[in-house]
Write a protein that binds this ligand. Structure first.
Ligand code: 13P
Ligand code: SF4
Length: 331
């Protein structure tokens, strides 16, 4: 059926999916027919991860996009991930099933304000976390992810001053492990900055044998409790390879799907989040932006090939260099 105007919403298509349809099978059929690759982040809904060609962390998703010969990339994740794919693959159609899937961390760093931060630190090289808009990346010397941030920072001579943005928790963690004192942009992820330390302590008291897995977007007192601090891919690898049988997972809860799939006999405990002044809430450790990507939206985006991600040509040209530097330093 052709696209009806009443199905068009701001940033996504809300066309009804036929009730009798096996949506997952139809998505796979369309992907094959249209020569599309479906990429998904570990934080997306389980049913999205199950139909993806590849599920990974931010770095692996960018590497996959850069290497694919598909005509269409369907990026099931947040907007900056789709934007990164478009910058790397300007000739491909990059679809984002819901353009409203933004990222609080990327939003905490508007390009005009970041430009003033950069200007206030002449002689400094600019390191930006991949969780940024293309316009902020365009002001950057090297992009990093949580997988490669330490290695890339250490690739600069000690006497080269650096600034880091936008995640002050990741930046603070990298400062602590490298002995650097990089000035940090004051940004954070609204999920990771709110994990309840009290709840982690209570879980640890109840399960003293459990290993604590922490994403570096969490604040320092939480990272201090970790058996491992790492990217989603690093936490997953640790959980699968460790002889330990139980784990306290201090990152977005979507990762549990792949952890449980790869290590079905192990126990994974999630941690509550706590907003200032509130009681810990068990259900708030999910990123609502990632959850905007539903199987129906993936079906519709592939069926109607909309909405496509576009990046201003000048910004894309400037943002490409620091992304390519990251990929070159991550081999
Ligand atoms: P990873 O690069 O570890 O997958 O993290 C991405 C992210 O958005 C974490 O909140
Ligand atoms: Fe952004 Fe936080 Fe969601 Fe990751 S979990 S995509 S940093 S808002």
């Amino acid at each position: 059926m052709t696209l009806q105007p009443q199905w068009l919403r701001q940033g996504y298509i809300d066309a009804p999916v036929p009730a009798h349809l096996d949506v997952a099978a139809e998505i796979r059929r369309m992907a094959a027919e249209k020569h599309a690759i479906i990429l998904a982040h570990y934080y997306t809904r389980p049913e999205i991860q199950d139909i993806a060609d590849f599920v990974g962390d931010s770095l692996a998703l960018a590497q996959h996009a850069a290497a694919t010969d598909a005509r269409i990339i369907v990026m099931c994740g947040v907007h900056f991930m789709a934007e990164t794919n478009k910058i790397l693959c300007p000739d491909k159609l990059v679809l984002c099933p819901d353009l409203n899937a933004t990222c609080s961390l990327a939003e905490s760093c508007p390009a005009d304000a970041f430009e003033r931060f950069v200007a206030a630190h002449p002689d400094h090289k600019v390191i930006s976390y991949v969780n940024t808009t293309a316009a902020t990346k365009a002001l950057t010397d090297v992009v990093v992810t949580s997988t490669n941030a330490r290695r890339i920072v250490e690739s600069f001579p000690k006497e080269q001053p650096l600034i880091f943005g936008p995640d002050s928790n990741l930046g603070g963690y990298i400062n602590s492990v490298t002995g650097r004192n990089m000035p940090l942009w004051d940004g954070a992820c609204h999920v990771h900055r709110r994990f309840s330390l009290a709840h982690i302590e209570a879980l640890k008291a109840e399960h003293p044998e459990a290993k604590v897995l922490v994403h570096p977007e969490c604040p320092a007192p939480i990272a201090a409790m970790a058996d491992i601090v790492g990217s989603t891919a690093a936490l997953l690898r640790y959980a699968v390879e460790s002889p330990a049988q139980s784990f306290i997972v201090v990152t977005e809860s979507g990762i549990l799907h792949e952890m449980q799939r790869q290590a079905p006999s192990k126990t994974f405990l999630t941690v509550a989040t706590q907003a200032e002044g509130d009681a810990p809430a068990a259900s708030c450790n999910a990123c609502e932006y990632m959850r905007l990507i539903t199987i129906e939206k993936v079906y519709n985006t592939l069926r109607y090939e909309w909405p496509a991600v576009e990046v201003d040509a000048d910004i894309a040209e400037r943002a490409l260099k620091p992304i390519e530097r990251m990929l070159a330093l991550s081999k």
